[in-house]
Design a protein around this ligand. Structure first.
Ligand code: ZN
Ligand code: ZN
Length: 423
């Protein structure tokens, strides 16, 4: 039996990989413009890092991690997300001792043992940013504007930023009490998960997708109702800054991030997807995560987005958008001498950065021309016996169907010029 790839993984083949490269290119460009530098951390880390940094009560840590003992009996885990690793690297490399804030981005594969389903993979890819060492609302606004600009530039349609504030430990304690009072009379009717959450983390009940829970929480006090003056001011300023930057957003008081170390700003970016809205980016401010991994007290904010989901959204919002780069010129040769001459041209052009190709299978002229068509080459450059004798190349424009003759001496220059004009 042939060997198959592991469940929940994918091979990214030519034809698809171009879309990935294009997305990666946009990400790198925008991060450079915004002054975010790339960090690459290991694919696996000590298991303890995620237990402490992601939270032992989360589904990710409880059910979804790829954890194993290495040959030295150390428990290691394939990273399920990026933030914990970035915080660890920040501490381990003493980045806090340099210029603050530290603005980083990462991109790469993450691993979660989930039930494979459409659009969900066990090895998936995330792009994320983290800003460490700054707690002002302008940082939150910058991070949200970055992702907004990225999505706009990619051409995603129906974008909407949702923002909320989950407050700080002071105001959250007030909210917790008020929310529990509100829910207490109907506590028994909540779903099983929410009954667990009632004591442990009642705020998460606001976020439950169960229809009964949603009905019960109608009119429940939100974190916005109980913000302390400091958190209120932070949220107010964030909204003003987003408006100043031209980002259109909506306040969503039900947008919560459940873990203890989340502070103040929480946000999501939604995209319209075949009539429904779905989130393609989530992020927020956190405190105490750097301390969790042994560093000094450091405020942070970041977001992560699943690259598979963004590519799917792009496909849905613009199915005709073909980012695939076509071949520029394919040389077609008849006879050994012509083949050598073509190979010289191809080699020279490639050295000048012009994509050029040539038949590698010794096929007939007709078959070579067919391949050029199939490859959607812009031009075919043809040299047969007659052309060899006359020292000319037939240059056929495969889009317009026109052709011209070029002397050997002018062929290279002419193709370089045509290529530049089209870029
Ligand atoms: Zn507060
Ligand atoms: Zn529920």
């Amino acid at each position: 039996m042939s060997i198959q790839r592991p469940k929940g993984t994918q091979d990214l083949l030519p034809g698809v990989i171009e879309k990935w490269q294009d997305l990666e290119q946009h990400i790198r460009t925008i991060c450079r413009e915004y002054g975010y530098e790339e960090i690459r951390t290991p694919i696996f880390e000590a298991t303890e890092l995620f237990q402490r940094g992601v939270g032992e009560t989360t589904d990710i840590v409880n059910k979804e991690m790829y954890t194993f003992l290495d040959k030295g009996d150390r428990s290691v885990t394939l990273r399920p997300e990026g933030t914990a690793s970035v915080c660890r690297a920040y501490v381990e490399n003493k980045l806090y001792g340099g210029q603050l804030p530290v603005k980083l981005f990462y991109m790469g594969p993450m691993f979660r043992y989930e039930r494979p389903q459409a659009g969900r993979f066990r090895q998936f890819h995330q792009f994320g940013v983290e800003v460490l060492g700054a707690d002002k609302p302008i940082v939150d606004a910058e991070v949200i504007t970055l992702v907004w600009d990225l999505y706009t530039r990619l051409g995603l349609k129906g974008l909407e930023v949702h923002v909320n504030s989950v407050g700080c430990p002071t105001c959250r304690a007030v909210h917790r009490t008020k929310l529990q009072e509100f829910l207490a009379p109907r506590r028994e009717q909540l779903c099983k998960d929410c009954q667990d959450r009632f004591e442990r983390n009642p705020m998460r009940i606001l976020d439950c997708k169960n229809p009964t829970c949603q009905e019960i929480t109608q009119g429940a006090p939100t974190t916005l109702d109980t913000l302390c003056p400091d958190c209120l001011e932070h949220f107010q300023e964030l909204k003003e800054l987003l408006t100043a930057a031209g980002v259109s957003f909506k306040v969503d008081p039900r947008l919560v991030r459940g873990l203890d170390y989340y502070r103040k700003t929480a946000f999501e970016v939604l995209v319209e997807n075949i009539g429904a809205q779905s989130a393609i980016c989530g992020g927020g401010r956190y405190d105490g995560l750097v301390e969790q991994v042994g560093g000094p007290q450091t405020p942070g904010i970041g977001f992560a987005m699943g690259m598979e989901r963004v590519l799917a959204a792009l496909q849905a919002s613009n199915p005709l958008n073909n980012l695939t780069k076509k071949e520029f010129v394919r040389f077609v040769a008849l006879g050994e001498e012509a083949q050598k001459k073509c190979f010289t041209f191809v080699s020279q052009l490639r050295r000048k950065g012009i994509p050029a190709s040539i038949d590698l299978l010794g096929r007939s002229l007709k078959a070579q021309l067919k391949t050029a068509d199939k490859a959607q080459a812009r031009y075919a450059a043809i040299i047969g016996e007659d052309e060899m004798n006359r020292q000319v190349v037939i240059l056929r424009d495969l889009t317009l169907g026109e052709q011209t003759e070029l002397p050997f001496a002018e062929t290279e220059e002419e193709l370089i010029q045509k290529y530049r004009e089209e870029q």
